[in-house]
Design a protein around this ligand. Structure first.
Ligand code: F6R
Length: 615
């Protein structure tokens, strides 16, 4: 997601900022911009452009932007489509304060309405612009920029990394962070901010990693750190001793591993803006982006269409909608749906799921559904994508850019959106009682923390992969939700390890596939439905007695699989019907480690593309 850079020193700021932004390109972005305090006049020179950094460079190629204090930004659209206007930096009305922001301001709509009541006219659709206007509001009240920033931060809910410059304070740059990352680079006669280490590495290796709720004020000869109340903090800087190429992956060996680890945060970003709290307790789900009206409540059916991993999310979604909202669901791969002359009714809700929002088959299915008069809801990770523009309503997964070809965090955030929809629908259609609904909300709120528990304890899976990566056949099995998770687990393994892997509903094994089982087979059972443990254990015994090595990924804590499995990967306990969001993570890690052990590049599997824009 968005990248931030900032500079205070004696060099011309613009080339330093542009150079820094290029080092953050790996984060993904759709527009770029800079704001520099002019050396010759009392103004901030703001230049921004939709698209690649090179378009920004072309825009400023013929002018000399003189100034040695500035901020820069690469934007990955959240609120408002990618456009010149929505690109950062954003300013207050008089253009004396400029702000760059990475994160999501959850209460921006309320703040915006309040500022509009004060007469502020907004230029963009972004959540960030409220920050510039709020700082201005408090600056007018307090007459001091640092106090104005502090007051503003106290009113922001959500996540942010911020860089702020002000014409009245041409010697400094103010930075702050909550949730979104921000570092301060300490140079000689110059200082920097950046979302990550790479932009500062060519100037310095001494950095402060800003902690939660900390602020920094940067001058060319020193940097002051503050806590959230404005009290000064003193601490030693950290020294960076790794190189650029590993830095872009945040120290991870591959983007796939980084993205697997980012799932806890991606869950939080996708879940939090939609959870309504009563004190500390989640009490409701609210989708600001869609009308949850009569058409949902009276819908006769939900039709879900997508491709690949997104289709697998749809299969989990089917189980969730049917369980919680008792509504029939048809789920189909888009490439089949579009050529089938499908039967659609006016009171169907049609959901397309697409990480990229550009998949050709999914788009064709969307268009077909619209022609048939169905209401089309898109679940996508990319603001401004074709799917997001053509759907009637859009629910965004806030996974951040996914660089590795094999989808991980985009998939799990798709699951989160589908679960939230299914629970909300269950409440509205009275198929979930108020107490069941609240209990499920309390459980879903635990998913980010439990995800972290899994990713922080991956050594068992790594060891198991080191013993199994040469198997010639691998089967994932499961029942109900777990059979859906098996589909995605098998696809992940195929994609990055190139091992032959299939998924079967566990009860189907004996109807044919069991003929394949021998001692060179690994069978992985996903087991998160206690009511079906016994049945699943019987299926495992059937393959084990034919020589297969067996592993279970389970929430069970009673030892139900200890006798029939060679390995049991235990995941944190959770309400079983929500466990699909967790049980996939060991499978992603297993696929990743098998890929490495087989000498593959998990980030760029052979024959695959990230965005499939052809049929
Ligand atoms: C697998 C994977 C693909 C995509 C599929 C649809 O890891 O990423 O199977 O899920 O190509 O792509 P989107 O979601 O962009 O429509």
């Amino acid at each position: 997601m968005c990248g931030i850079v900032g500079y205070v020193g004696s060099k011309q700021a613009t080339p330093v900022l542009i150079n820094g932004l290029k080092k953050l390109e790996y984060r993904g972005y759709d527009s770029a911009g800079v704001a520099v305090l002019s050396e010759s006049s009392d103004e901030i020179l703001v230049r921004k452009s939709k698209g690649a950094i090179k378009f920004l460079e072309e825009k400023i190629a013929d002018e000399v932007i003189k100034g040695s204090v500035g901020i820069g930004h690469t934007r990955w659209a959240t609120h408002g489509e990618p456009s010149d206007l929505n690109s950062h930096p954003h300013t207050n009305v008089s253009g004396t304060i400029a702000v760059v922001h990475n994160g999501i301001i959850e209460n921006y709509a309320k703040l915006k309405a309040w500022l509009q009541d004060q007469g502020v006219v907004f230029k963009s659709q972004t959540d960030t612009e409220v920050i510039a206007h709020l700082i201005n509001y408090f600056y007018e009240k307090t007459g001091e920029i640092f106090k104005a920033v502090l007051e503003t931060l106290h009113r922001l809910e959500g996540s942010y990394a911020l860089g702020v410059v002000c014409t009245k304070y041409p010697d400094r740059l103010i930075a702050a962070r909550k949730e979104s990352p921000l570092i301060v680079g300490l140079g000689k006669g110059e200082n920097f901010i950046a979302s990550d280490v790479p932009p500062v590495l060519e100037y310095t290796r001494d950095v402060y990693y800003l902690n939660q709720n900390e602020l920094a004020v940067l001058y060319n000869d020193h940097v002051d750190l503050f806590d959230s109340e404005g009290n000064k903090i003193v601490r030693e800087p950290s020294h960076v001793d790794w190189d650029l190429s590993s830095a872009e992956k945040g120290g991870y060996a591959h983007f796939m591993l980084k993205e697997i680890h980012e799932q806890s945060k991606a869950f939080t970003d996708t879940l939090r803006p939609r959870l309504v709290f009563d004190g500390e307790t989640p009490s409701d789900i609210q989708f600001d982006e869609i009308e949850f009206g009569e058409d949902w409540k009276t819908a006769g059916r939900i039709v879900i269409t997508a491709c690949g991993t997104a289709y697998h999310a749809g299969v989990v979604g089917k189980y969730a909608f049917e369980k919680f909202a008792r509504i029939p669901v048809a789920v189909d791969v888009a490439s089949e749906f579009r050529y089938r002359n499908p039967i659609l009714n006016q009171n169907d809700i049609f959901i397309v799921i697409s990480q990229s929002g550009e998949t050709a088959d999914t788009l064709a299915a969307l268009r077909l559904a619209k022609q048939a008069g169905a209401k089309v809801i898109a679940i996508t990770n990319c603001v401004g994508s074709t799917v997001s523009r053509e759907a009637d309503e859009v629910i965004y997964t806030w996974a951040g850019p996914e660089i590795a070809v094999a989808s991980t965090k985009a998939y799990t955030t798709q699951l989160m959106c589908l679960y939230l929809l299914a629970l909300k629908l269950g409440k509205e259609r009275h198929t979930l009682s108020e107490s069941e609904y609240k209990k499920l909300l309390s459980e879903i709120a635990l998913i980010p923390e439990k995800t972290k528990e899994i990713t922080e304890n991956q050594s068992e899976i790594q060891k198991f992969a080191s013993r199994q990566f040469n198997k010639s056949k691998i089967f994932y099995i499961g029942r109900q939700f777990d059979s859906a998770s098996s589909l995605e687990s098998a696809l992940k393994l195929k994609e990055v390890s190139y091992m032959h892997c299939e998924a079967f509903a566990a009860g189907e094994l004996k109807h044919g596939p069991i003929a394949l089982v021998d001692s060179d087979t690994l069978v992985v059972a996903i087991a998160t439905e206690p009511a079906l443990y016994e049945k699943l254990a019987s299926n495992i015994v059937e393959v084990k007695s034919r020589g297969a090595v067996t592993m279970a990924i389970t929430i069970d804590k009673t030892g139900a699989f200890n006798n029939c499995c060679d390995e049991v990967i235990s995941i944190p306990d959770i309400e079983p019907s929500l466990a699909s969001m967790l049980s996939i993570i060991p499978a992603q890690l297993f696929a990743y480690y098998c890929s490495i052990l087989r000498g593959n590049d998990p980030d760029k599997p052979r024959n695959l593309a990230k965005s499939v824009t052809v049929e």
